[in-house]
Ligand binder design. Sequence first.
Ligand SMILES: Cc1ncc(C[n+]2csc(CCOP(=O)(O)OP(=O)(O)O)c2C)c(N)n1
Ligand SMILES: [Mg+2]
Length: 178
Amino acid sequence: MSTGIKMANPGLTVFAVGGDGDGLGIGGGHLPHIARRDVDVNYLLFDNSIYGLTKGQPSPSSPLGTKTKASPQGSTEAPLNGTLMALSYGASFVARLFAGDPESITRALIEGIQHKGFSFFHLYTSCVTFDKTFKTWDHLKEWVHPIPENHDTSDLKQAMSLALDDEFCLGLLYRRDD
Ligand SMILES: Cc1ncc(C[n+]2csc(CCOP(=O)(O)OP(=O)(O)O)c2C)c(N)n1
Ligand SMILES: [Mg+2]
């Protein structure tokens, strides 16, 4: 839908906002195409690794073993890596961020809005209601790290390598200005 909005109103700054269930599961077929078409839309994916609104089922980004009412023995499916997906789909701006750090989100948003092309913001966040195990605020704070200072944001392979790291590094992973 955001592609149509931008096409009909090219002067608008367009934001699409959703969760991990929306963006990687239910509506997951949209992401590759808006990315490869490089539509000038800013897409914020709030990833709490759970289907929150429907009361806490495992989502496509839930870590293996996530226990919920719908998966009392722990989930048995490997999680998707949304950042790596966006990079491999051809997104021209990919930032990974932490909802507990609003200043860096603001900086990345300003840069992404100015970027002429598809900007993907993968925001790690917690679900305080349904996730008491993996992505709690305390665990997230321990996990996340700033991106290495020597990272070259024009290097797609380096960005993919960072996206694969277990320690989640945050910041702008990739930017391509055609
Ligand atoms: C096409 C479609 N299928 C199912 C639903 C029901 N539904 C509404 S919210 C939701 C869960 C969304 O989870 P997520 O995107 O991770 O967002 P969260 O609630 O965790 O922030 C589902 C399955 C829907 N709204 N539309
Ligand atoms: Mg969710």
